[in-house]
Write a protein that binds this ligand. Structure first.
Ligand SMILES: Nc1nc2c(ncn2[C@@H]2O[C@H](COP(=O)(O)OP(=O)(O)O)[C@@H](O)[C@H]2O)c(=O)[nH]1
Ligand SMILES: [Mg+2]
Length: 460
């Protein structure tokens, strides 16, 4: 009868022969060697080997156990710091990182201090880190310092008001369509009405809407005996605001639901990924734990782009390799978000319109997968539309609407568009409120859509 005999080496190792145990490890019999190392962890040499093994396996809790039990002669200071950090012993982690003192360690120490609420000390340490930061890291560290200073009330928010930003955003529309100018010192006559109508059409408000609006204005002008163009301007603004009634909407973020899932749709290039990055930054700033899901798996670059935004905004990301099944990435991301207590999940999707049927199928599948885990989600399904495309984007929108219900619209690139009036046409035609507008490529360049501000900025 055949049976497997234990090798001599194993026998020797089991008896506690140090070099035999190490040889076993070298030969790749990790599990066996680990058991024996654990058995003989009293031995300082073997303990060191065991500690390294735990680190290699990222088994930080066991590594931590060794540190606690045997004092601190294990591993390098940096490794110890990492173990303390992962095991949640932040005081010790900070202590060790500070001892190491290189950029990475100071930055970690500063970040932990910040995360654990010690902002003054965090600021001090982060500023030390900044002094020795490599060029590629400077921006990130500066960003963090600014954040801490802001929270400590040491800097004024240097933010422009939303209205100022929107004004700047609509600049291009206003340059090509001088909606403000024609109301300056003009007589209220048929010529003015015709010009106004033409400008509204040029701003891409939609022919029918423009014609009806101006017709309405003619009547109102007579009824109210309006004589000056300035007065007419006020009436026009009121009428446009009325047209936009129901077009303004806030993001639906139900209290107490965790996580809230927001699904992003839109053709490639419309600005989904950028919008997700900006939103992640906003939520992160509110102290929310944010997960990005890279379900646009068609191009590696799309995943990388989302990753960059995750880093910039401090969010986490669930991703797989290019070509992975989008719905299963979503499943994984949402599942992780539930387990790990995330507040918000932002799902990036692909929008290849030329494959309409597969696109529709895929979006439905993604939604189904979300609802399998969280029947009440997504709280928002946002369609991202590019303002430079203007009203033409309404056609695109219909394809997405066919796939899933849209709860809100995001209009991006308002800053680069001469078709700022299309917001009116888009919202009215689709019957879905605009919830956000993008007014630039920067991380802060996203704002809630406010009818009042929009109309003021457009006619100013
Ligand atoms: N000027 C401007 N550019 C934007 C805005 N939003 C997105 N973009 C740019 O539009 C391009 C496409 O955006 P991206 O987020 O990759 O679109 P996606 O394919 O839908 O994910 C990028 O170059 C963005 O920087 C915006 O509000 N203003
Ligand atoms: Mg993208």
């Amino acid at each position: 009868m055949l049976f497997f005999k234990k090798s001599d080496l194993e026998k020797k190792a089991e008896k506690g022969d140090k070099s035999a145990i190490l040889e076993l490890l070298r030969k790749g019999k990790k599990d066996k060697a680990k058991k024996l190392l654990e058995k003989h962890e009293e031995d300082p040499d073997l303990r060191k080997v065991l500690f390294d093994l735990y680190l290699e396996e990222e088994n930080y809790l066991q590594a931590y156990r060794l540190l606690e039990r045997y004092g601190e002669e294990l591993g390098s200071a940096k490794e110890r710091a990492l173990v303390y950090e992962k095991a949640g012993n932040y005081t010790k982690a900070i202590e060790e990182y500070m001892k190491v003192g290189d950029f990475e360690s100071l930055y970690r120490a500063g970040s932990i201090l910040y995360a654990t609420g010690n902002k003054e000390k965090a600021l001090e340490v982060l500023e030390r880190a900044l002094k020795i930061a490599p060029p590629t890291k400077r921006e990130e560290v500066e960003g963090k310092i600014y954040q801490v200073k802001k929270e400590l009330g040491l800097v004024e928010e240097k933010k422009e008001s939303l209205l100022e930003k929107l004004r700047k955003g609509l600049k291009k529309t206003k340059e090509s369509v001088e909606l403000g100018v024609i109301f300056r010192g003009r007589k209220v006559d048929e010529e003015l009405f015709e010009e106004l109508e033409e400008l509204l059409v040029r701003a891409d408000m939609g022919v029918k809407t423009a014609v009806n609006l101006v017709e309405d204005l003619r009547k109102t002008a007579i009824r109210k005996n309006i004589k000056t163009s300035e007065e007419l301007k006020d009436v026009t603004k009121e009428k446009v605001k009325e047209l936009l009634k129901g077009c303004e909407g806030e993001l639906n973020l139900p209290e107490g639901r965790k996580p809230v899932v927001i699904l992003f749709l839109g053709v490639n290039g419309s600005g989904k990924t950028t919008t997700i990055g900006k939103l992640a930054h906003r939520f992160g700033g509110e102290g929310k734990k944010v997960m990005l899901v890279a379900a646009d798996t068609f191009r590696a670059a799309a995943i990388e782009q989302l990753e960059v935004w995750a880093q910039r905004s401090g969010a986490d990301i669930t991703k797989r390799q290019e070509g992975a099944d989008p719905a299963s990435v979503v499943y994984e991301g949402v599942e992780r978000a539930i387990k790990e207590g995330y507040d918000i999940v932002l799902v990036d999707t692909a929008g290849r319109l030329h494959t309409k049927e597969p696109l529709i199928r895929e979006l439905r599948k993604i939604k189904k997968v979300i609802q399998k885990l969280l029947p009440e989600e997504p709280s928002e399904t946002l369609l991202v539309l590019d303002a430079t495309v203007g009203q033409n984007s309404i056609q695109q929108a219909k394809v997405f609407k066919e796939a899933v219900d849209i709860s809100g619209i995001v209009i991006t690139k308002l800053d680069g568009s001469a078709k700022g009036g299309a917001v009116v046409a888009i919202c009215r035609e689709l019957g879905v409120p605009v919830k956000l507008v993008g007014v630039g490529e920067g991380i802060e360049d996203l704002q809630p859509f406010k009818v009042e501000d929009y109309v003021e900025a457009l006619f100013e």
